[in-house]
Design a protein around this ligand. Structure first.
Ligand SMILES: *[C@@H]1O[C@H](CO)[C@@H](O)[C@H](O)[C@H]1NC(C)=O
Length: 263
């Protein structure tokens, strides 16, 4: 028959285990359709890379990425605010935008365009379809504010550059968009860890070749199939392992085995 002290030890042990579980770090993902559970475009046959990240880490991943969002609309809809309120000290937040941040051109405001410039304090005035003026900010402003707020809560933001489109220049994936450079600048200015996801995906795609990579894009040049999303997740893990983020320590054996080397 177990003694009272054995029972007490057991109960205490279970409580400690539960508490540790509650306190264990986790990873939140903030991004667009290329990262989200619902892959985007028409949705048929596509998946975001965030779906495939968890298999490479020792800690859980919550995928808060959502299709069609930019640095601005993710901010304006309160989605960064939700993540900022959800994080505990030591949690990681991967932030990756760029696909939806471009200018609306001469049309009415699309709710997601940023100023198109990279100064933190830059603003521009755009107009909605009814002619109402809206002041917008730069990509750097929206991402910097999210990063700073997360840091203030003791969370660990990781700024990641957007994924490439399936557009080739000879035998290589085409050149990065300006948002790749902006993401690097924000990481530098905020001392956040940076993963040049664009460059690591480009490395993986260049090694696989255009014919294979074309099969990862069932609907357009932006949204990946599940197989493509897995390659994109592997490239993120490679970039993570080659970088300076504390999340490196949570990469498991499968993550350490992802293809390609450091750039
Ligand atoms: C760096 O971030 C701060 C806000 O935290 C901002 O005031 C400053 O302009 C930024 N500098 C650059 C070079 O973006």
């Amino acid at each position: 028959m177990p003694s009272l002290s054995h029972l007490t030890t057991f109960v205490l042990g279970a409580l400690v285990a539960l508490t540790q579980q509650a306190d264990a770090a986790q990873v939140f993902l903030a991004g667009d359709s290329t990262m989200a559970v619902t892959g985007g475009g028409s949705g048929t046959g596509t998946a975001g890379w965030g779906v495939y990240l968890g298999q490479f880490l020792n800690i859980p991943v919550t995928n808060d990425a959502i299709g069609g969002r930019s640095a601005r609309s993710f901010t304006d809809e309160g989605r960064f605010a939700s993540i900022i309120s959800a994080v505990s000290p030591g949690d990681f937040v991967v932030i990756e935008f760029g696909h939806n941040d471009g200018s609306a051109g001469s049309g009415p405001d699309n709710g997601r365009q940023d100023t198109g410039t990279d100064g933190y304090s830059d603003t521009a005035v755009v107009h909605d379809a009814s002619g109402n003026a809206i002041t917008i900010h730069s990509f750097n402003y929206y991402i910097t504010n999210a990063v700073r707020s997360l840091q203030a809560k003791g969370a660990i933001p990781i700024v990641s550059s957007q994924t490439p489109d399936n557009i080739w220049s000879g035998s290589s994936i085409g050149a990065p968009s300006r948002f790749v450079g902006y993401a690097a600048d924000v990481a530098k200015n905020t001392s956040a860890a940076y993963v040049d996801h664009f460059a690591y995906v480009a490395q993986a795609y260049d090694a696989l070749g255009e014919t294979t990579v074309n099969t990862y894009y069932p609907i357009d040049h932006t949204h990946t199939s599940p197989t493509g999303a897995n390659v994109v997740a592997e490239a993120f893990v490679r970039g993570l392992l080659c970088g300076n983020s504390a999340l490196k320590a949570q990469v498991n054996a499968a993550g350490k085995a992802v293809p390609n080397g450091c750039i």
